[in-house]
Design a protein around this ligand. Structure first.
Ligand SMILES: *Cc1c(COP(=O)(O)O)cnc(C)c1O
Length: 375
């Protein structure tokens, strides 16, 4: 089955046309914008406009608009501030050499956003509204998409319970917004392996929890572990399963892969505790394209440490939209300290990263039709 018609920019543009544009009348100057894009402070600088929609129990979704980026007016009793009914997405707009601007698998973000919302008992945004809202903003903010290689416009759609009500029940009002932040390469000085703290005391989620939903609550729960890692000299934390403390799950915001001596890859299976990453899914497909076996399985921490020490596991990497692929150089906890591949980036890790980045930047063929042209 071909999905080619969905990738026709006229389709995306039709979905974006539904959004009324009432733009910021005081955008930053061209010179200031160029400066902000050139030295992006990730997550601190936002473009001039945002997309906004509202939902009420009676009316459903309405009020599709692109409006000036500005603080939201919110009642102090809004449910999200008390009970954390919120979920979000993260994707990027990529500039290609011919000046066009593209998204990577936004349909997958749209589908995941619906799954997250369902778990949080929030209204599910129709896929077409997700695609249209993102495209409408990117089209409007096209000048905010950096042109330097590996620089992108990071896009953050999110939905939250805005009804002023501090009783506990499903919200009857919600707001959905999309904001955009110019971002630079995750590794400005070139890809470098990170040290990982293996956290076995504080967990981000547990069986039947919200691990598979991309929600703020998981991040709130992960911070104690993140900071325990930082205290031990690690940049990132990896969580083991809360029920048995036996199996590796994922990092605070990235999935994980191991590369084995015989060339096959393994990644923790989607047990419900793990966020189904779009980068994870794409890497599985790329590795399979090259004839490699990819096994989705429960990865025992003790076995992995043994396999790293014995040379059975040669590379380990983390993956997610922000960094694409991050080599892991070391696993550390109160009980062990194990170096992977001499602390260097593995060859396959680097090759997969280059391949995926090449597709996203339009430098390589896109055999799976992952790229969507916006403008
Ligand atoms: C977003 C996220 C990922 C990575 O997902 P991608 O779709 O690849 O960006 C992994 N883990 C968590 C907890 C996340 O929130």
């Amino acid at each position: 089955m071909s999905t080619q018609t969905h990738h026709d920019p006229t389709h995306l543009n039709t979905l974006a046309d539904v959004f009324t544009v009432e733009p910021n009348q005081n955008p930053v100057s061209d010179a200031k914008r160029e400066e902000l894009i050139d030295k992006p402070a990730f997550g601190q600088v936002f473009s001039d406009n945002m997309t906004h929609m509202t939902w009420t129990k009676g009316e459903g979704w309405s009020d599709r608009r692109v409006e000036p980026y500005a603080p939201l007016k919110m009642d102090p009793a809004a449910s999200v501030l008390h009970y954390a009914q919120e979920c979000f997405e993260g994707l990027k707009a990529y500039h290609h050499a011919d000046g066009s601007v593209w998204l990577f698998r936004p349909d997958a973000n749209a589908a995941r956003f619906r799954n997250s919302a369902k778990r949080l008992y929030l209204p599910e945004l129709p896929v077409d509204d997700f695609l249209g809202s993102v495209a409408a903003l990117v089209r409007k903010e096209r000048d905010w998409v950096p042109t330097r290689r590996e620089y992108t416009l990071y896009i953050r759609p999110f939905v939250f319970a805005s009804e002023p009500f501090i009783g506990v029940r499903a919200t009857q009002e919600a707001d959905y917004c999309v904001i955009a932040s110019p971002s630079g390469p995750y590794f400005p000085g070139g890809v470098k392996p990170v040290n990982i703290w293996v956290e076995d005391t504080w967990f981000r989620t547990g069986p039947g929890g919200t691990g598979f939903a991309k929600c703020g609550g998981n991040y709130a729960a992960s911070l104690v572990g993140e900071y325990r890692g930082i205290e031990h000299g690690c940049e990132q934390v990896c969580f083991v399963d809360a029920a048995t403390k036996t199996y590796l799950e994922e990092l605070g915001g990235m999935n994980m892969f191991t590369v084995h001596k015989d060339g096959h890859l393994e990644t923790p299976s989607l047990t419900g505790n793990i966020l189904p990453g779009i980068t994870r899914n794409s890497i599985i497909k790329l590795a399979q394209d090259h004839g490699r076996d990819v096994v989705e399985t429960m990865i025992r921490l003790d076995a992995l440490l043994d396999d790293i020490r014995s040379g059975e596991v040669t590379e380990v990497f983390a993956c997610g939209t922000a960094a694409i692929i991050t080599p892991i150089g070391r696993f550390k906890s109160e009980k062990f300290d194990v170096t992977v591949n001499g602390g260097d980036s593995g060859d396959l890790t680097v090759a997969l990263r280059d391949e995926l980045l090449g597709i996203q930047l339009g430098e390589s063929e896109d055999p799976h039709d992952w790229m969507w042209k916006v403008c």
